[in-house]
Design a protein around this ligand. Structure first.
Ligand code: ATP
Ligand code: MN
Length: 478
């Protein structure tokens, strides 16, 4: 049926009294007459009124929750409550049945944990429909943002032979026979016999390669999957996640922070404009969930208020050293309420500290800069104090770190000595060092965790619920 029209289009147009075909999945079927149909194009379902007299009882019986149907009829203004248009169907065809005895998604509230177990079907719920429509738009808005600014989308390798990125544990990639691993004389694995004739891993970041691109194309960004074999079973970590990594030549840390703040605001604004329905639904979901919590644990703002609030003011920018002072003087630190009590300057900040700064102290997104060099990566530009580096982390309410970035060390001699400090063998990084040998210049970039942004915008609590098929320790289903 080529005159198929999506529900979103029907509801968006003010046309009535025309013939059309709708296709989708039955949410509910009442009184052998009223189908609530979803095709995923929008949150709303569409009412199809079945012509009971002229529809065979065998067909009526097969119209059950979850079944795929096609309905042809006239789109009319609806007399019923709750919808503006409906279809007076002349013909309903059941395309694919869903045995009500076996179909797991009955029209009732299912827990997110249960839905995670049936992630192959959870797209069909309102919650996950909203999440994945938003996820799409967030990705789209990110590409649009960079395109408007003249950035080149660069595809950095997923299988990498560079193991010096130092951003956590890596997954190994090999075709060696694990039952019979070839060894060298010294007993080490003979990677010469492996597929790439060397040891390879799944990438943890495309940054180093993006730097190579930026030092020729000026402004580039990556947007691809990244992998970390870290055993962090948290609601904010995945073993496979997507990252956006812009890199700008002739840019310093201020330019970097401006870019990140602009990007986040652009994407949030885009979602507020295009996804009122989905956000309203997720907002109400959250309100209902919070009703079970004591008053003081409920968030002071609704989801859309929180998103709007982020747009309305500049993010708070301060140095790590200033943040440490605030934390040292904070109640939870003095009363030893933090799991990790801050003792001195130099401490790595945990998510509890980041969230204190954002949620309790400043009550808005915060950008921390100039971290101690020991707790940040080797490629970050050393400040004149010799102790701190030009790093920046953006901290968001409910999330903690959402962006990690820096101005890069463009001075060859300083970079080499920093690599020595970190025991990174320079001879494996000649390709990277060449950028500092030939036409080096100030440059800066950052990594934005895509799922952390989706988490923030959807108001969901667990990162496993904002990616279609989450990978985390012990779980690689589907
Ligand atoms: P965290 O301290 O939260 O583990 P990180 O310091 O390891 O983060 P970076 O290496 O700077 O993070 O990575 C850049 C961004 O990627 C982070 O700001 C975050 O948004 C995201 N990110 C990092 N690790 C994960 C993960 N395991 N799952 C999902 N997103 C992640
Ligand atoms: Mn990490």
């Amino acid at each position: 049926m080529s005159d198929r029209i999506k529900i979103k289009e029907i509801l968006a147009s003010d046309k009535v009294d025309y013939t059309a075909t709708v296709k989708g999945w039955v949410r509910t079927f009442r009184n052998d007459q009223f189908i609530a149909l979803s095709d995923g194009s929008c949150l709303k379902t569409f009412q199809v009124v079945v012509d009971r007299e002229n529809t065979a009882p065998e067909v009526l019986k097969r119209i059950t929750t979850g079944a795929a149907i096609a309905a042809k009829g006239t789109i009319v203004a609806s007399q019923g409550k709750g919808q503006s248009y409906e279809m007076q169907a002349e013909h309903v065809e059941v395309l694919g049945v869903a045995d009500p005895e076996k179909y797991p998604l009955q029209p009732k509230k299912h827990s997110l944990e249960f839905l995670r177990e049936i992630a192959h079907l959870r797209f069909r719920t309102n919650t996950f429909g909203a999440i994945f429509r938003l996820r799409h738009s967030i990705a789209f808005a990110i590409h649009q943002f960079f395109n408007e600014k003249g950035f080149v989308y660069l595809h950095t390798p997923i299988i990498t032979g560079s193991d010096a990125e130092g951003a956590g544990e890596m997954f190994q990639v090999t075709t060696l026979d694990l039952e019979n691993i070839p060894k060298q004389e010294d007993g080490n694995v003979d990677f010469k016999k492996d597929f790439f004739s060397k040891q390879t891993n799944l990438t943890v970041s495309g940054q180093l390669e993006a730097e190579l691109g930026a030092l020729a194309l000026s402004d580039v960004y990556t947007f691809g999957p990244t992998f970390r074999a870290e055993n962090s079973n948290t609601s904010r970590h995945l073993a496979e996640f997507w990252m956006i990594e812009p890199e700008m030549a002739f840019a310093d840390l201020d330019d970097d922070m401006d870019l990140a703040e602009d990007l986040l605001k652009y994407v949030i604004k885009y979602c507020l404009e295009k996804h009122q329905d989905d956000l309203e639904f997720l907002e109400n979901r959250l309100l209902n969930e919070e009703k079970q919590k004591p008053q003081n644990e409920r968030s002071p703002m609704s989801l859309r208020e929180k998103l709007q609030f982020c747009l309305d003011q500049p993010f708070e920018r301060l140095t790590y050293s200033e943040a440490i002072k605030i934390l040292l003087n904070s109640k939870p630190n003095k009363k030893k309420k933090f799991q990790f009590v801050i003792e001195d300057w130099g401490a790595d900040l945990q998510s509890e500290h980041e969230r204190y700064l954002v949620e309790k102290h400043f009550k808005k997104p915060v950008i921390l800069t100039d971290y101690p060099k020991e707790i940040k990566a080797f490629y970050m530009k050393l400040n004149d104090d010799g102790k701190t580096v030009r790093a920046m982390d953006i901290l968001f309410p409910g999330i903690g770190e959402i962006v990690g970035g820096s101005q890069r060390e463009e001075r060859l001699d300083v970079l080499l000595s920093r690599m020595e400090d970190f025991d990174i063998p320079a001879h494996e990084m000649e390709w990277f060092l060449d950028t500092r040998r030939f036409g080096t210049c100030e440059h800066a970039g950052f990594g934005l965790g895509f799922e952390r942004l989706v988490l923030f915008i959807t108001g969901m609590a667990n990162i496993r619920d904002v990616i279609p098929f989450p990978r985390y320790p012990g779980a690689a289903e589907f």
